[in-house]
Design a protein around this ligand. Structure first.
Ligand SMILES: Cc1cc2nc3c(=O)[nH]c(=O)nc-3n(C[C@H](O)[C@H](O)[C@H](O)COP(=O)(O)O)c2cc1C
Length: 322
């Protein structure tokens, strides 16, 4: 798939997840074949640019191109300035968040709250497209609520305003994460616009990926929660889509090496203390279905020192591999 000047290595993308898809996670996912890994959202508000959180979210050192930065906000001028600011700092794609239902985002009328104001959506996308020389992409939900599923109109607006790709999570804002994602609306959107459409929501296995692509006719898929603790899922899915063959799960040795690399990336990015805290959930997700995983999870949750955490993980996987 092409996006502007960028030839993406696959049409299986990582979904942006604030607090999870930081640089260490994105690097692993890309290495395992994810075609694009959008950053966690950063606020468009200029007063937040220098916050530690924003600076960490915008650290792309060593990340493979193209670097895609997601911006969140509701004011077209501010979003345009934020897009420019991020492009000056290395973003090669700007993604606009119109999909997040989180209160913190929606209270300021951003994220998926924007879907209720089609005029504002048009002004935001046009302003951001005019502000930067790089491709602009948009991530949406199917509408504000099941009674107001306006994703087709939003998609047409976004396309007319110059966005080059649209990702859709098959739930409305009101649905939060409840129930099952639906793909009919995504199929309808795909049939009504010419820009690439990426389907998202509840894709957890290679078979799900194939099924959602067939149901929607989408150009690609985006995977979030199912990749938590399993960055190799991108390899399994891209391989299955290309060959119809299911790859065996990675062996404990590979899982251990990947997890330790992930931990080292977290300690390096956040510093050892915060890194050890952030690492806990990733360790828990990685070992949740492995023998003795629950005891390891308990043990590392009590650890505040990075080298002790790393050593516990190493020991666990050495025992498992033996
Ligand atoms: C913890 C968490 C954080 C998220 N953060 C963002 C975000 O920063 N920007 C965004 O557009 N979507 C965000 N999302 C939504 C995901 O990108 C995705 O649309 C959603 O999880 C559905 O896909 P999945 O079923 O594959 O997880 C987040 C989801 C989760 C679970």
């Amino acid at each position: 798939m092409k996006l502007g000047a960028h030839a993406l290595p696959s049409a299986v993308f990582v979904a942006p997840m604030a607090g999870i898809t930081d640089r260490p996670f994105r690097r692993l996912a890309r290495r395992y074949g994810a075609g694009l890994a959008v950053s966690e959202m950063v606020s468009a508000r200029p007063e937040l640019r220098a916050s530690r959180k924003s600076l960490l979210r915008l650290d792309h050192a060593g990340e493979p191109a193209p670097i895609s930065v997601q911006i969140a906000g509701a004011d077209p001028v501010m979003l345009a300035q934020a897009a420019r600011h991020n492009v000056e700092r290395g973003a090669e794609i700007i993604d606009i968040n119109m999909g997040c239902p989180a209160k913190k985002v929606c209270n300021v009328f951003a994220g998926s709250a924007l879907l209720a104001d089609e005029n504002l959506v048009a002004r935001i996308v046009a302003a951001v497209v005019a502000a930067v020389p790089v491709p602009v992409t948009v991530k949406i939900r199917t509408g504000s609520s099941p009674a107001q599923r306006n994703a087709v109109r939003i998609a047409q607006i976004v396309e007319a305003a110059g966005a080059q790709l649209l990702a859709i999570h098959g739930r409305t804002r009101a649905c939060m994460f409840e129930g099952q994602a639906e793909y009919d609306t995504i199929a309808e959107v795909k049939s009504r616009v010419r820009i690439p459409v990426i389907a998202n929501g509840d894709i957890a296995t290679p078979e799900d990926a194939k099924c959602v692509l067939a149901l929607t006719g989408a150009d690609g898929i985006m995977i979030g929660r199912a990749a938590q603790g399993r960055p190799w899922l991108f390899r399994c899915i891209t391989h299955y889509l290309a060959t119809g063959e299911r790859l065996a799960a990675p062996r404990p040795r590979e899982i251990g090496e990947v997890l330790v690399e992930h931990l080292d990336g977290l300690y390096d990015l956040y510093g050892e203390e915060q890194g050890a805290r952030v690492a806990r959930k990733h360790i828990g997700w990685t070992v949740r279905q492995l023998p003795g995983g629950e005891s390891l999870r308990h043990a590392v949750n009590g650890m505040t020192v990075a080298h002790a955490q790393r050593a516990a993980v190493n020991d666990y996987f050495e025992r498992l591999a033996a």
